[in-house]
Ligand binder design. Structure first.
Ligand code: SF4
Length: 236
């Protein structure tokens, strides 16, 4: 199977997931709920975004010159955060503060890779205002946290977040299906940080990272300094 054919499979999954999320959102609105996501709202674009290797390959295939240069500038910052982080909490917090927003975020707040953005971006559907997507919850008082949680629609959110649970669960199933398909074909699967994976695939090519074998890819990642599990992870 050519890698192009695999890309087509991923595109179909993304299309299916968009339809699923649209249907879920419509049904939620009919029940009186409000979805706060929209074009130009980029609150969640400063969070760590992980994705599967095949999703990253779709993005790497279509990078513009300015996206490539923003990506190149961000890689050392991400690497530094990963090298210094001694816990997941530290990684997530330092990433948000030091690595800067997603390199694919355009100046007008739109996503520059909207059609190719990964499942994890598509699955974040906010049921409260965008200010909550940028809030540092560690900085809130206990009373403020309590007020936030009491205001959540617990029938739909992935508690204690304000993001809808069902799209995230479906998104995780689709990601798993992508990884399982890769394992069946090549004996391993690759996932990791979106900008890091896109950068690696941009530099080395999708075939070398996604269609060889776990050992070869492990050596390549080590040579690139991408050993931290915050950056990439191989399963076999
Ligand atoms: S890929 Fe697009 S939607 Fe996802 S974090 Fe980056 S700019 Fe935001």
């Amino acid at each position: 199977m050519s890698y192009t054919a695999e890309s087509d499979e991923i595109r179909q999954k993304l299309l299916f997931f968009d339809q699923f999320c649209d249907a879920w959102s419509s049904e939620y609105r009919l029940r009186g709920g409000t979805i706060h996501c929209g074009k130009g709202c980029s609150g969640c674009c400063s969070l760590v975004v992980n994705c599967t290797g095949p999703e990253a390959a779709l993005v790497a295939d279509r990078l513009t010159a300015s996206q490539t240069s923003r990506l190149q500038a961000q890689i050392p910052l991400i690497q530094d955060c990963a090298d210094r982080a001694s816990s997941l909490k530290e990684w997530l917090s330092s990433y948000r503060q030091q690595a800067g927003p997603c390199p694919f975020l355009e100046q007008d707040g739109s996503c520059g890779i909207y059609q190719m953005r990964p499942i994890s971006c598509r699955s974040l559907i906010a049921t409260k205002g965008s200010q909550w997507c940028t809030t540092d919850f560690a900085a809130l008082t206990a009373t403020e946290k309590q007020a936030f949680m009491e205001d959540l629609d617990r029938s739909v959110v992935a508690f204690p977040t304000h993001y809808a649970a069902t799209p995230q669960e479906m998104g995780q199933e689709l990601e798993l299906a992508i990884l399982r398909a890769m394992e069946r074909r090549y004996g391993y699967s690759l996932l990791g940080n979106l900008p890091w994976l896109v950068w690696l695939i941009h530099k080395h090519g999708a075939e070398q990272l996604l269609t060889t074998d776990a050992e070869t890819v492990g050596h390549l990642l080590a040579a690139q300094g991408a050993c931290s599990s915050y950056l990439t992870s191989i399963s076999s």
